[in-house]
Design a protein around this ligand. Sequence first.
Ligand code: GAR
Length: 202
Amino acid sequence: MLKITVMVSGGGTNLQAIIDGIESGLIEDAEIVKVISSNSKAFSLERAKKHKIDSIVIGKENYPSQKERTKAIIKALGDADTDIVVLAGYMSILEADLIEAYRGRIINIHPSLIPNFCGPGFYGKHVHEAVLKSGVKETGATVHYVDEGVDTGPIILQESVPVLEGDTVEKLAARVLITEHKILCEGIKKVVESMLTYEGGK
Ligand code: GAR
């Protein structure tokens, strides 16, 4: 069984998709061992509690220094014996020490077709605002490995989503989320399978 820690900041519909993906058997040989939230008010924490998943808040509110925050996250990941870190609506940038410690084992879901509408400042609804402003007819979602850049790591999976006439940020975000939930589960499944192949089981 590979151990997944999910890092969140908000509502946690992607966290819920992973929980459901594991419970339904879509994602095999993996379990969520911990949820780390950057925000004590995140609804994600309720979701974790409901499914009896251990959670911890590590954010600016309790760790104002970024160095101390990174140290606390690395400790929490280690305490949970984490194999894979999933950023599921996590709105902070990870420091290099953390990326180095978990290189090739951190994945992120991003609500656009990378390399479009990504990088610094493109997160959450800002992504969809920019998409609508640009007039493109297609957007999407991407699951990728995390490296030292912002949304620059190797792509694992991506899928397009149409932008429709009369779309608002809310309507478009809701349509993209459906695809996010699907490809995040498929992406985790792929990563788990490749890790088990390389590591010869665990
Ligand atoms: C999702 O759309 C996710 O892709 C995005 O925030 C939303 C979180 O929703 N993440 C980013 O923008 C990260 N750069 P959720 O809390 O319901 O999963």
